[in-house]
Each structure stands twice: as C-alpha cells, then as structure tokens.
Design a protein. Structure first.
Length: 252
C-alpha cells in the first residue's frame, strides 16, 4: 500500500496546486424572467417543454437546507396542480439542484397540447400558491418538514457506491465539505421558520426573483412574444448573454 501511495504522489506532484486550478464561475441572472426560446428540432414531434429555473445564489448550508424543505413542500403540490388538476402536461417535475456552487429551484413540464407560453403562466400561478402555502404554514407543519429532511440526511449509505458518489461530488466541485450532511443537520435544527419564509419570498416572489425559463416549441407551435416589463426574451447568442452578465464568486 505504501508503494502504491508513493507512486500516486510521484505522478501527481508535477500538477499545479489546487488553488492554481481554474474555477467555474456562474452567471448571475438579472432580477426578472429571462426567456430562452428554441423551435423544435424534430418537425414531427408535437411535444413542447419548459424548464423554469429560479436562481437562488451561491450554495451554503442555510441555502441548501431551505431548498431541501422547499422541494418537499412543493413536489407533490406541483404534480397535483399542474398534472392532476390542470393537466397541462403529462410530465411535471419540481425540485432543487446545485451546480458549480450555484443553487436553484425548478419546475419542468412537457406537453403535447400546450405551448411553453401557456405553461409558464401556469407555473407562475403555481409558484404564487406555493409562496402562500409557505407563508401560511403552521409552526407544527414547518417542524414536520424539517424533521423529514433531517431524517433523509441521516440515512446511512446503502452501498459503497453511495459513499463514493457523495465524496466524488465534493472533489469534482472543489468544495471538500466532507461533513456536509452533519453540518446540514446542525443548521436544520436551528433553522427558524421566519428564515425559511424570507428565503422563499426573496427568491420566488415576482418582485425579486431571478428566473431563467427555457422554452422548447413542438410541432405546429409558434414562438410567441411577451409584452411584459418583467420578461426579457434572449435574442443574442448564449456566449454574448453570459459575457454581459455579472458572475457569482467561485464556489468555496
């Protein structure tokens, strides 16, 4: 084992120190809804789709925990409203995610019947009801959601693959928070309901949210214009849009 370790260190020693390696930076979206439309690539495909992303800023234990709770609160409600009751699409999915240190809450819908313009309107309506749900939540309900997330984080890894994936994530993203789950649990236990409400309001409310809405139009669906001051349709190449936007700090 010592020989193998010596060989690894000898091989890696010429590489640049970690702090010299480049870090991926993430664009900070403007404080409005940015729509990126795409005509369908398959002229025979009737499906349209939307990926509606609420940018929630750089990752932190508090941000991640608030998103975990929000995901639990919103997942069943999104499916019930958009899929079961309104039937705007046969695929409806909501949740939270993080990439390169940037966090987000999202709603995805795919539909052969409605275009992305209509789907975005219904998603925005759902989000407004989600905010109302969070604001009207009792202290007992909030504690139940907290406990549910804590139990999920305290579950033991079921396989060596789970352990590897969790640790590999820290290395790939150069964050190295080996005690991330334990730290999240400690934050959740202290998290106040008012903090969670403020988080949801600041990132989901129409006056303060930063949204990227990707629209894919299916067969016989025409790309539509928006006559709203809070909506900007991107009409420049992606690299130009990113070039003129500010960047979040590199993830630590």
């Amino acid at each position: 084992a010592r020989t193998i370790m010596d060989d690894v260190l000898h091989t890696l020693s010429p590489l640049s120190p970690l702090f010299h390696l480049p870090h991926t930076r993430v664009v900070q979206l403007p404080q409005r809804t940015t729509v990126v439309p795409f005509p369908g690539w398959d002229s025979n495909n009737t499906n349209s789709a939307i990926y509606h992303i609420f940018q929630c800023g750089p990752t932190s234990n508090v941000t991640d925990c608030c998103l975990d709770i929000l995901e639990d609160v919103g997942k069943a409600r999104a499916f019930d409203m958009l899929r079961t009751k309104e039937q705007i699409g046969y695929i409806v999915w909501s949740g939270s995610a993080e990439a390169h240190g940037d966090t987000r809450y999202y709603v995805r819908v795919q539909s052969p019947k409605y275009d992305p313009h209509h789907m975005m309107e219904r998603i925005e309506h759902f989000v407004s009801t989600l905010i109302e749900t969070v604001e009207g939540m009792s202290a007992e309900e909030f504690e139940e959601y907290k406990l549910s997330v804590i139990e999920q984080k305290m579950e033991k890894d079921l396989s060596l693959g789970d352990v590897t994936a969790r640790l590999y994530y820290e290395m790939v993203h150069q964050q190295f928070k080996w005690s991330r789950l334990e730290d999240d649990v400690a934050v959740l236990k202290k998290l106040e309901q008012s903090e969670f409400i403020n988080f949801v309001q600041s990132h989901l409310h129409e006056t303060s949210r930063r949204v990227l809405s990707i629209h894919l139009y299916g067969k016989d669906k025409e790309v539509q214009a928006y006559e709203r001051e809070d909506v900007e349709v991107v009409s420049v190449p992606a690299h130009e849009f990113k070039r003129r936007a500010p960047l979040y700090p590199a993830a630590q």
